[in-house]
Design a protein around this ligand. Structure first.
Ligand SMILES: Nc1nc(=O)n([C@H]2C[C@H](O)[C@@H](COP(=O)(O)O)O2)cc1CO
Length: 315
């Protein structure tokens, strides 16, 4: 199909494109860096290079090519544009494609404000630099509640990723065991999230949630899709080869097989409460033989501190 490029009509549609992409199931469509750029209902990202194949539409490709033609002009304009926070967001897309030497992409905005302009991003970055200077000088070890931005970047990335897994575990309808999983690619971007639930289209209320023997069809075990499986099928990238999965419970042998087959290389788990069960031994044997590195997450304290820093009243 040949479609004429119409800048005025595409602009409003793209206004929200770089910063908020959601599908109908509220699963994000753009790789994320940190929990702070993620909420259950809106997902912000300054990275427009979504790996979702659905976004690689001809329209987008044509648009990107046109943007690259405008590149020299935009390079000239960039310092000027950054002075005006109200500059339309669609103009920011080519700027984001070009990249801004003043911005470190590994330091994405880590507060609740929407990064609606480059100026805003630069402000955030300045705060990050301040926070990191404070850390280096040991100031953030002083007692007392931190100022809103002081915790920015205070935690290892894995703390954010396990926190994401824990947050999504909360969405599980399983009344007994809620499990969350978060898959992260080699660039440190989240490319898949899942939690245990009944298969799509199968109403949670229509199926049993009781525990029991694994082969008993009156128990949940025959029906429920595990968090790891959902994280993989929800992936926003072409594949999850070389990725790391953060999961709140050590995988069963079935999930271990799925992880191995899909190319996940590292596993970080929170709980291994079933370590004495035979199927856990099978998981261990499979993962070990296939060369998937497994380690237990030990920074629970940091997860609690991170959550508390988001909302001091959080439990
Ligand atoms: N790694 C895992 N991922 C998961 O999503 N699950 C899910 C399947 C069930 O919904 C629940 C375990 O049930 P229970 O027998 O502990 O109440 O957790 C379980 C495991 C461990 O096998």
């Amino acid at each position: 199909m040949i479609e004429q490029f119409k800048p005025p009509s595409i602009a409003p549609r793209l206004t929200s494109f770089p910063f908020c992409l959601l599908n109908t199931e509220h699963i994000y469509h753009s790789p994320l860096h940190h929990i702070s750029s993620l909420s259950p209902f809106t997902h912000h990202s300054t990275n427009i290079s979504s790996t979702n194949p659905n976004l690689h539409s001809p329209t987008l490709l044509i648009f990107c090519r046109l943007c690259s033609c405008l590149l020299p002009l935009l390079l000239l304009l960039r310092p000027t544009v950054a002075q005006f926070p109200q500059v339309p967001c669609w103009l920011m897309i080519p700027l984001a494609v070009i990249g801004n030497p003043g911005l470190d992409r590994s330091v994405l905005p880590e507060n609740n404000h929407k990064p609606h302009s480059l100026l805003h991003l630069q402000r955030n970055q300045k705060s990050d630099v301040m926070a990191s200077k404070n850390r280096e000088s040991g100031k953030d070890t002083e007692p007392g509640p931190p100022p809103p931005m002081a915790t920015t970047g205070s935690y290892k990335d894995e703390v954010y990723f396990m926190t994401v897994a824990l947050l999504f575990a909360k969405k599980s309808p399983d009344p007994n065991t809620k499990v969350g999983a978060c898959i992260v690619n080699q660039e440190g971007k989240i490319v898949g999230i899942g939690y245990n639930k009944m298969p799509n289209g199968c109403e949670n209320a229509d199926f049993p949630w009781k525990r029991g023997k694994y082969d008993d069809p009156t128990t949940k075990h025959q029906y429920v899709c595990h968090a790891e499986l959902n994280a993989i099928v929800n992936k926003t990238s072409v594949d999850v080869k070389g990725c790391t999965i953060y999961v709140t419970l050590f995988p069963c042998n079935q999930c271990a097989r799925i992880l191995i087959q899909s190319g996940v290389r590292n596993l970080v788990y929170l709980s291994n409460k079933r370590k004495d069960r035979p199927d856990t031994n099978v998981s261990n044997k499979l993962l070990d033989t296939a060369g998937v590195t497994c380690r237990q997450f030990t920074a629970q304290g940091d997860v609690c501190a991170l959550l508390k820093s988001i909302d001091p009243n959080a439990e």
